[in-house]
Design a protein around this ligand. Structure first.
Ligand SMILES: *Cc1c(COP(=O)(O)O)cnc(C)c1O
Length: 393
């Protein structure tokens, strides 16, 4: 019996029905330009401002600190290039980040290095969690900016954001966090957690694709991002994606309201699958911290196999999973995150990420537990690498 199981919620999530319903009017009859002065336009404007309040409420921010963007990547780019520009005005040239950031952050930082900035990419130990001592030690009198992700998209590990935020606030360092994986899964309060800049993306919590937001704490001055009209207080020009923004507001409100219930359920489901796999598949390991990880995140390595072939066989069984981040699949390089936490190349290659959502059931889990071990076995039977591992032991 073939089923369909979507277990790739870190790549994207399914649009929720209520989110779609809230968006529909703005794709049809409420099509006005939010900048227009007549009633049709101002109704769209009102809807956008309602969404801004919803996003602000979800983060413990003020509505005027929320700027809508096209998603997580744009928010990361605005935060990083903006903060770099602001720090340079103060004669600061050093940035601190980690080796396990999303490519939207890493590639932006690499571009800054070409412009003469110096970037320290912190190592993370095997459990995938940045140490605040390492962070503190990396600070120099040239440090003006730090960007550390809230939760990792591959191994789900949750970083000590409030503590790092506090250090930055005390030292006058602008602090950005890519919270794309965290929003809707973890409780976030930008004021209590000392966050200056925060990126989020609607499609990671059952909202539409192509819309996100950047929180910019009032008092933190970074340059405007897109020049043009006066939208987003003149800071990010372009006619607003009204329907998307309305969807974002609905999605974040829904997601934040159910964080605790969802976390309790997903943690049980996650640990059930982890326990079953580690027990039934020899030479398998769980990557990342056993508990300080996103409730729905599972990341395994199986010695002696190729992650890509594993994904194809799982797909034949109706299971959507990933071997790392969607952005790296297609390339044969193993995940930079798995290499950073110390996995050797050949083991990092045989990795599997399952990211669960509320729609996944314990029947799904049992199905995964029944099909995965024979697939791993089949691949190992064909693998020269596995032959070698077996003979060495
Ligand atoms: C998905 C993701 C992004 C990119 O967000 P988009 O909205 O797809 O541009 C950035 N950072 C992390 C951690 C992500 O998981």
């Amino acid at each position: 019996m073939k089923r369909f199981i979507y277990a790739d919620n870190a790549a994207t999530t399914k649009l929720s029905d209520t989110v779609l319903e809230s968006m529909m009017p703005y794709l049809k009859e409420e099509f006005g330009n939010p900048s227009s002065l007549y009633e049709l336009g101002s109704r769209a404007k009102t809807a956008i401002e309602r969404s801004r309040e919803q996003v602000a409420d979800a983060l413990g921010a003020l509505p005027r600190e929320i700027y809508f963007t096209s998603g997580g990547s744009e928010s990361d780019n605005w935060a990083i290039f903006g903060a770099a520009n602001a720090m340079r005005q103060k004669g600061k040239t050093h940035i601190i980040s980690t080796k396990i950031e999303h490519h939207a952050v890493l590639h932006a930082l690499e571009a800054l290095e070409k412009q003469g900035f110096e970037v320290t990419y912190l190592d993370v130990p095997g459990d995938g969690i940045v140490r605040t001592e390492d962070f503190e030690r990396a600070i120099t009198d040239k440090t003006g900016f730090a960007t550390i992700m809230y939760a990792n998209n591959e191994i789900g590990t949750i970083q000590p954001i409030p503590e790092i935020g506090k250090i930055c606030r005390d030292r006058g360092i602008i602090f950005h966090t890519d919270a794309v994986q965290a929003v809707g899964n973890l409780h976030i309060n930008v004021k209590e957690q000392n966050i200056d800049l925060l990126s989020l993306s609607a499609h990671k919590f059952h909202g539409p694709k192509g819309v996100g937001a950047l929180y910019i704490r009032s008092g933190v001055r970074i340059p405007n991002y897109i020049y043009g009209g006066a939208q987003e207080r003149g800071r990010r020009a372009g006619t607003e994606n009204t329907a998307g923004i309305v969807g974002l507001g609905t999605a974040i409100t829904e997601a934040v309201a159910s964080i605790d219930k969802k976390a309790e359920y997903l943690t049980k489901l996650r640990d059930y699958i982890i326990g079953g796999v580690l027990k039934n598949i020899q030479r398998s390991r769980l990557n990342g911290h056993p508990v300080k990880r996103l409730p729905g995140n599972i990341n395994f390595s199986f010695e002696g196999i190729e992650g890509e072939s594993l994904l194809l066989l799982l797909d034949q069984k109706g299971i959507c999973a990933s071997s790392g981040s969607a952005c790296t699949s297609g390339s044969l390089d193993p995940s930079h995150v798995l290499l950073s936490i110390g996995l050797p190349h050949e083991i990092a290659h045989g990795s599997l990420r399952l990211t669960l959502g509320e729609d996944n059931t314990f029947e799904d889990a049992d199905y995964i537990l029944s099909v995965l071990p024979p697939i791993v076995q089949r691949l190992r039977d064909m693998s020269p690498l596995w032959e070698k591992i077996k003979n060495e032991n």
